[in-house]
Write a protein of this length. Structure first.
Length: 241
């Protein structure tokens, strides 16, 4: 890298991949990743071993949980769209995981790629055309930027939707389930402090969340014609009225 920096804080798998190709010496603090081992950024969570460390979402192998939550809300659910990004190398293995889980449940996954706002628009048209009954949005920095657009389009196309961030429900989405990502950015500062004081990133264990939050938007549920089951309400950490 041309500029001399002591540490880099980064968000998003495409950014991590680019940094990995650029440097093997500058410490990189990852703010959000599903599986740093699978994606090649760490030898193990306890001892990453290279120049990467940071925070994991803890959602590796956890995506099938989204089916469970959606099916409680929509018991006859059989066809689920999954919004992914063609630029995110972490998405293909997650799609495979979801497809395997869907087969066990007798459900079908419809993958829709989008990497620009107009592609998101077209993606929802495809979901409607192919009779999707619900939507799972995979974690992606671009989708976070477009979170309100996605929520509005999901409502417009009458798709109960779930994203792996509680904030999605506050933006008008039906359900958000995952860790509080804001906490990750606070924790990233702790990693930076340790590295600046001499710690090696390869010796700093990746942190995983200790709690997941389920947030439900009742107003969106009503607009979708969904009476939120008591089982789901009891699981919710927050219900937005």
């Amino acid at each position: 890298m041309q500029s001399r920096v002591d540490v880099i804080v980064a968000t998003g798998t495409p950014a991590y991949r680019a940094l990995k190709q650029s440097t093997s010496t500058v410490p990189i603090v990852i703010t959000v990743t599903t599986d740093p081992i699978r994606d090649g950024f760490a030898a193990s969570l306890a001892r990453p071993g290279g120049n990467f460390t940071g925070l994991s979402t803890g959602l590796a192998g956890f995506n099938p949980k989204f089916f469970e939550l959606l099916k409680i809300a929509v018991p006859k659910l059989s066809r689920v769209a999954v919004l992914s990004s063609s630029f995110n190398p972490a998405h293909p293995p997650q799609i495979k995981e979801l497809e395997a889980a869907a087969r066990k449940l007798g459900m079908r996954v419809l993958q829709v790629n989008a990497s620009a706002p107009d592609e998101i628009e077209r993606g929802f048209a495809v979901m409607t055309r192919d009779h999707a009954e619900a939507l799972i949005i995979l974690g992606d920095a671009f989708f976070v930027q477009q979170i309100r657009q996605i929520a509005e389009l999901a409502l417009k196309h009458r798709l109960p939707s779930l994203y792996s961030a509680p904030e999605y429900a506050a933006s008008g989405g039906f359900m958000g389930y995952g860790q509080n990502i804001v906490d990750n950015f606070r924790s990233a500062a702790t990693f930076v402090d340790k590295i600046l004081k001499g710690a090696k990133p390869g010796d700093l264990p990746f942190e995983q969340p200790t709690r997941f939050y389920l947030v439900i938007n009742r107003k969106t549920a009503k607009a979708l014609g969904i009476a939120i089951p008591q089982e789901l309400l009891l699981r919710a950490d927050k219900v937005i009225e």
